[in-house]
Design a protein around this ligand. Structure first.
Ligand code: 9MR
Length: 317
């Protein structure tokens, strides 16, 4: 009889000293949104390479970028990022297959079945192109309003409630291995919007619609109230999906952001199915909210105070 294999892990002498390394201690990733045009800038690349274990394209995998004309695909920028990540052992999130914003003009004019076929073809071709290379896909992005109703996008108006389910089933067929996520903002606690998404995910799980994860964008401010943030993550996790913090940034408006960054990190660590955190950019200077300096590195790639708070939280302090 073979002896039971005993795996021993050398206890780490000291806590890890990068975001990615520290998150890995609990099996999680710590990622950043990347705009490929900044690759090549020394500080950008060295910070990305040192600190982050996952990347997501800030814009280049969106519909307008990948399918500028009907059934004509351009994967060049996305491919560059995927190759960059693979060469450095980083995982890739895919963002995003279907969204009401950043649709190419030709999609905005489609109605009825033509829009349905265009959506399915887009998902099939894009998820198919990257199949096997994406850890998690944001299949559908931002389909709900604050009050929990469906956003009245062209997809919703033309296709009715079933379009989200249709998108997930199509993505599953195109890339059976990726985790398939629903992603949204304003879901930073228990509220009407997160309630509605919760009901959708519960219904999908009950009916076998393929959904594996929910992304919580978490575009926050230094004084955001996060009193039900962890509880909200946990209730989704309890449905049997992974939860991920997907676009974290914290507007500082001149104030220290450590407290909110720390709370978000600790909430993810407290939920076993929260398997990763992504911040929405590497440096304040290229952030979509650069005026409120919301990221962990300043414009000179210096670590901000909040960086220390996140690192300490990841290391269990
Ligand atoms: O950061 C992105 C910015 O560069 C784009 O101009 C913008 C276009 O809509 O999208 C930003 O990213 C968004 C993300 O794709 C979805 N959630 C909200 C993000 C911030 O607007």
């Amino acid at each position: 009889m073979a002896a039971a294999a005993v795996l021993t892990f050398a206890p780490s002498a000291h806590a890890a000293d990068t975001l990615g390394g520290s998150a890995a201690q609990s099996g999680r990733y710590f990622g950043a949104a990347v705009a490929e045009q900044h690759l090549g800038e020394a500080g950008y690349e060295s910070t990305l390479n040192r600190e982050f274990s996952s990347v997501v394209a800030e814009n280049s995998m969106k519909w307008d970028a990948t399918e500028p004309a009907p059934n004509q695909f351009n994967f060049s920028a996305g491919d560059r990022l995927v190759a960059y990540a693979q060469q450095r052992g980083k995982t890739v999130r895919g963002h995003t297959l279907v969204w009401h914003a950043q649709q190419p003009g030709w999609v905005q004019g489609l109605t009825g079945d033509a829009l349905r076929q265009a959506m399915r073809n887009h998902i099939t071709k894009v998820a198919g192109h990257y199949a096997g290379k994406i850890d998690s896909w944001d299949v559908v992005n931002e389909a709900f309003e604050w009050d929990g109703s469906r956003r009245q996008s062209n997809l919703q108006r033309q296709l009715g409630d079933g379009w989200i389910e249709d998108a997930f089933r199509t993505a599953k067929a195109a890339d059976p291995k990726a985790k398939l996520c629903y992603n949204d903002y304003g879901t930073d606690g228990i509220n009407a919007k997160s309630d509605a998404i919760y009901r959708m995910v519960r219904d999908f799980k009950a009916r076998g619609v393929p959904i594996d994860c929910v992304g919580f964008q978490s575009h926050l401010d230094y004084n955001s109230n996060l009193s039900t943030y962890r509880q909200n993550l946990q209730r989704f996790a309890d449905l049997g999906v992974h939860v991920q913090i997907t676009e974290l940034d914290v507007g500082g408006w001149g104030n220290d952001q450590t407290n909110v960054y720390r709370q978000v990190t600790q909430a993810c660590l407290a939920v076993s199915r929260c398997n990763g955190i992504t911040v929405w950019g590497v440096t304040d200077k290229y952030s979509w909210r650069s005026d409120v300096t919301p990221l962990l590195f300043d414009g000179n790639y210096q670590k901000k105070q909040a960086y220390g708070g996140v690192l300490a939280a990841l290391n269990g302090a």
